[in-house]
Design a protein around this ligand. Structure first.
Ligand code: GAR
Length: 190
């Protein structure tokens, strides 16, 4: 069974979808642990409820970003991580960490990349009065929300309303991300 380590900074609804998919036997992986960079993030609570090991890495506890990512790398290696899964982790990974897991780090982003990278992708798209929204799952490379695209799922918004669009996006994310992670893991094992 492959070990995945999930990275999250906030609410963790995608983390929950991954937990649920593992429990339902739809995602054939072991969640070895959660890496979180924000104390108080609800993702931490989800890990505790589900008896998943969690380690908090706060940026101000380290003298540099590289030092923090070294500590994260050590933790991932202690957990025998095969895949790193970014699920709302709002921080760029150091090149050193990316190089340690070639083509084994994935991210989900709530826009049709390369459009609307970074923070508040839905807000950026709304400002441009886009009608078509969607998500992108991609391999992580250096740079913000860059890297080879694995899948994109577009949809047309019925109304240009943030709540409406975010609800549809999240539902789509929760359905798509665990399925794609499973596909990548299964393909690697054949
Ligand atoms: C998700 O919508 C994810 O696509 C986005 O953060 C949200 C996390 O929600 N990721 C990014 O914007 C990455 N640049 P969650 O904490 O409820 O899973």
């Amino acid at each position: 069974m492959k070990n995945i380590v999930v990275f999250a900074s906030g609410f963790g609804s995608n983390f929950q979808a991954i937990i649920d998919a593992v429990k339902q036997g739809k995602l054939h992986a072991n969640i070895a642990g959660l890496i979180c960079d924000k104390p108080g993030a609800y993702a931490i609570e989800r890990a505790r409820i589900n008896l998943i090991p969690v380690v908090l890495f706060e940026r101000n506890a380290f003298s540099s970003k590289a030092e923090m990512d070294h500590a994260i790398l050590n933790q991932c290696q202690d957990w025998n991580a095969d895949w790193l899964v970014l699920a709302g982790y709002m921080r760029l990974l150091s090149p050193m960490l990316i190089k340690a897991f070639p083509r084994h780090i994935v991210n989900i982003h709530p826009s049709l990349l390369p459009k609307y990278r970074g923070l508040d992708a839905v807000g950026q798209a709304l400002n441009h009065k886009e009608r078509v929204y969607g998500l992108t799952i991609h391999y992580v490379e250096e740079g913000m929300d860059t890297g080879e695209i694995i899948v994109q799922v577009p949809f047309e918004a019925d109304e240009l309303d943030r709540d409406h669009i975010e609800k549809r996006l999240h539902a789509l994310e929760h359905q798509t991300y665990p399925a794609i992670i499973n596909k990548l893991i299964v393909e690697e094992c054949v």
